[in-house]
Design a protein around this ligand. Structure first.
Ligand code: PLP
Length: 402
């Protein structure tokens, strides 16, 4: 991977006294072609797509169709109409939770490492319609032990909704095997791909997953664009979260006929610039070569792990093997709060990392942990940054930790 060439496209890397950005699991940096694609919308055809029929509107519609096709191709989906644009992965998963025809007493199975966006909707549905929820250990699935999931499936389930790669330690479950097992038990699978789609080549058709949600802002795309993929027959069963203009073919004073997918889920004027920028983001990633991304991140994770090995005050989260932690290195320093770690590494060396519970509260609170510090990297980071960051963490360990 040509990191230097990528950096030439990233505005932050042109700043002289730039910080070192290690917070890509939260939101990635954006290359110029993505920003330019959005500007092109605002400068050249700043109109309303898919409604008006004038020439600028037609141009918007053509760009939106292209973006949908490019996003579909990027994840191995043949039918672009099965790609729904939302405002983030949280909305994508809420759309499913709130619109799926669940009945009282039906069960949903998740892991114990779900982001709040795949946790809170189920808590609320338990209160509202008596939906039951079972939780299986993520780490067992990650190690290839599907028994706990099988036991829960045997008790009955309508949907299994699981994070594919968790945002705490970066490890990944074998989703294709999970899907096979779940289908054998007559249930459906939704994958939370927020931390997978940016970092791995994906073939959702081959994986046979029924629903899959992710956010574009973690993969070089603009803020405020999420995606929901669903099999056509599954999306057709789901009620839209928001309804109104653009999502209906005709209405009368007492009826409304919804349009087919994807329009039925995309009511109201859309984030045109964001969707067009999302198309540019996946085209950029395709040019970089998604096959090269995991190896690049594993290399960085190996370097960081090696540089910080032997630091007694440091406890790392996740599997021992750095190759199983993707682009995430999460840790605690004995006697230090994660937020203090994050603030001090920024103060002393300009390292921008995330700290806290990373919206996975039950995982931490059930273990009596305050959270952790998390460095996360992407295609623009390099080994030198890992070494410098490791030196800063060593300094903290020696001077501030117990
Ligand atoms: C695994 C995972 N799921 C869901 C989300 C929520 O994404 P968004 O805030 O874009 O809706 C995140 C964001 O950090 C995440 O990492």
């Amino acid at each position: 991977m040509d990191v230097e060439a990528i950096r030439k496209d990233i505005p932050l890397y042109q700043q002289e006294a730039r910080p070192t950005y290690l917070d890509s699991a939260c939101q990635s940096l954006r290359p110029r072609p993505v920003v330019e694609a959005m500007n092109e919308y605002y400068y050249d055809f700043p109109a309303c797509g898919e409604r008006s029929v004038h020439r600028l509107a037609t141009e918007v519609s053509i760009h939106l169709d292209e973006a949908r096709e490019d996003v579909a191709t990027f994840v191995g989906v043949l039918d672009p109409e099965c790609i729904i644009f939302t405002k983030n992965a949280t909305e994508s998963m809420n759309l499913v939770a709130k619109g799926f025809p669940f009945r009282k007493g039906e069960r949903v199975i998740t892991t114990d490492m779900e982001h709040n966006s795949n946790h809170v909707p189920w808590v609320m549905l338990r209160e509202r319609i008596g939906l039951e929820r079972a939780v299986v250990p993520f780490s067992e699935l990650e190690e290839g032990n599907l028994e706990p999931l099988k036991e829960e499936l045997e008790k009955g389930a309508r949907l299994v909704s699981m994070v594919h790669t968790n945002n705490v330690d970066g490890s990944t479950i074998p989703l294709k095997e999970v899907v096979e097992l779940v289908h054998d038990h007559g249930a459906l699978v939704m994958g939370d791909g927020c931390q997978t789609a940016p970092h791995n080549p994906l073939d959702l058709r081959d994986m046979d997953v029924d629903l899959y949600a992710w956010s574009m802002h973690k993969m070089l795309g603009p803020s405020g664009v999420g995606v929901l993929y669903g099999k056509r027959e599954v999306l057709e069963q789901i009620e839209p979260l928001v309804t109104g203009g653009g999502a209906v073919s005709i209405t009368s004073y007492d009826s409304a006929t919804l349009l087919p997918i994807p329009e039925k889920f995309e009511a109201g004027l859309q984030n045109y610039a964001g969707i067009i920028g999302s198309g540019a983001a996946v085209r950029y990633l395709r040019k970089v070569g998604m096959e090269e991304v995991p190896e690049h991140e594993h290399r960085l994770n190996r370097v960081l792990t090696e540089e910080l090995s032997g630091v007694e005050q440091l406890s790392r989260l996740g599997p021992e093997d750095p190759d199983r932690r993707g682009g995430i290195f999460s840790f605690n320093l004995k006697g230090m709060l994660p937020h203090d770690v994050a603030m001090i590494v920024d103060e002393i060396g300009g390292f921008l990392i995330r700290s806290g519970m990373h919206c996975v509260h039950p995982y931490f609170t059930s273990r009596g942990l305050e959270g952790c510090a998390r460095a996360s990297f992407y295609i623009y980071n390099d080994e030198e940054e890992m070494r410098k960051f490791a030196a800063a963490v060593r300094y903290l360990a020696e001077n501030f930790a117990d």
